[in-house]
Design a protein around this ligand. Sequence first.
Ligand SMILES: *[C@@H]1O[C@H](CO)[C@@H](O)[C@H](O)[C@H]1NC(C)=O
Ligand SMILES: *[C@@H]1O[C@H](CO)[C@@H](O)[C@H](O)[C@H]1NC(C)=O
Ligand SMILES: *[C@@H]1O[C@H](CO)[C@@H](O)[C@H](O)[C@H]1NC(C)=O
Ligand SMILES: *[C@@H]1O[C@H](CO)[C@@H](O)[C@H](O)[C@H]1NC(C)=O
Ligand SMILES: *[C@@H]1O[C@H](CO)[C@@H](O)[C@H](O)[C@H]1NC(C)=O
Length: 297
Amino acid sequence: MAALSQKKSCQQRMDEWKEFIWNPRTHEFMGRTGSSWALILLFYVVFYGFLTALFSLTMWVMLQTIDDYVPTYQDRLANPGLMIRPKSDSLDIVFSSSDNATWKTYVNKLDDFLPAYDDMNQTSKNENCPSGTYFEEKDKGNVQNHPKRACQFKRSFLGRCSGLEDATYGYSEGKPCVLIKMNRVINFKPRPVPATNPFITIDCTGKKDEDIQHLGDLQYFPNNGSNFGTIDLMYFPYYGYKVQANYTQPLVAVQFLNVTQNVDIYVECKVLAQNIKNDDDRDKFAGRVAFKLKVNS
Ligand SMILES: *[C@@H]1O[C@H](CO)[C@@H](O)[C@H](O)[C@H]1NC(C)=O
Ligand SMILES: *[C@@H]1O[C@H](CO)[C@@H](O)[C@H](O)[C@H]1NC(C)=O
Ligand SMILES: *[C@@H]1O[C@H](CO)[C@@H](O)[C@H](O)[C@H]1NC(C)=O
Ligand SMILES: *[C@@H]1O[C@H](CO)[C@@H](O)[C@H](O)[C@H]1NC(C)=O
Ligand SMILES: *[C@@H]1O[C@H](CO)[C@@H](O)[C@H](O)[C@H]1NC(C)=O
């Protein structure tokens, strides 16, 4: 019975609602007086104003520390990776020298990649740097030495792998050339092994003993008379795309001269330098690159 008597009529409820929205006796709007609402409004204005100011300040401080020309955070890239050209998704180079359709894409990829290295392009864009030392272009205090020059790497340095003497880069003879490039790392100066060498070296070999046997003789370009591929110190440091727009990465070409046909050969190329890791189990591209080579008869 008590429950029933407490039931309100529809009219009663409407009136209560109306009074809640606007109570003429107490001059309350939704339960608060005008000054109470004004205080709340003021509170939020101050609160959000403060948040906005804090955000802007943080942003401003951060932007002050950013140099237009050098990325602030680049620790992820501290160890340069290696990559090959021609590059396919699976890093396979499989072809039959007698069937030009099987190697045409490799040759086309190299043809597309190399024009930037054409000797004429390099002499017109880049500097003939002294060999064997870092090519440093320092800023003087706040006076930035921009733009920075880059050193010539001419296509002809790649010898038989340049595509100039042999337009098929050896593929038509079953002696394929593979180009190896080291990723750019801003301000990085690789230290040679031994320290007095004027270059760092690239070394390719079979992964397992049988791969080594199947791989046969190989030749590197450029090699500076050594048994390795060489990257002259003058190509370092790299200062970044914006400052050093004409920079072209140095390359090492390796030509496989006498591979055993019809078998998969797992090749691994490593860069040798004191300050480059090339045996990180978790990163198989740090300082090295592996690919499969198969030359069918
Ligand atoms: C590939 O070889 C065929 C026959 O030997 C020839 O007709 C064709 O022009 C060659 N294609 C290329 C791109 O060399
Ligand atoms: C210079 O390089 C560009 C591409 O970077 C290429 O299109 C052009 O053919 C090259 N110049 C010469 C003279 O080969
Ligand atoms: C970059 O190359 C262009 C020609 O392509 C040349 O005019 C310019 O001076 C070069 N810049 C630097 C900094 O060497
Ligand atoms: C490597 O060889 C090239 C051509 O033979 C030569 O111009 C260059 O000075 C050599 N570089 C070093 C570091 O010995
Ligand atoms: C090529 O390799 C085979 C063994 O795989 C060897 O018998 C042959 O002498 C090599 N040829 C040359 C020119 O080195």
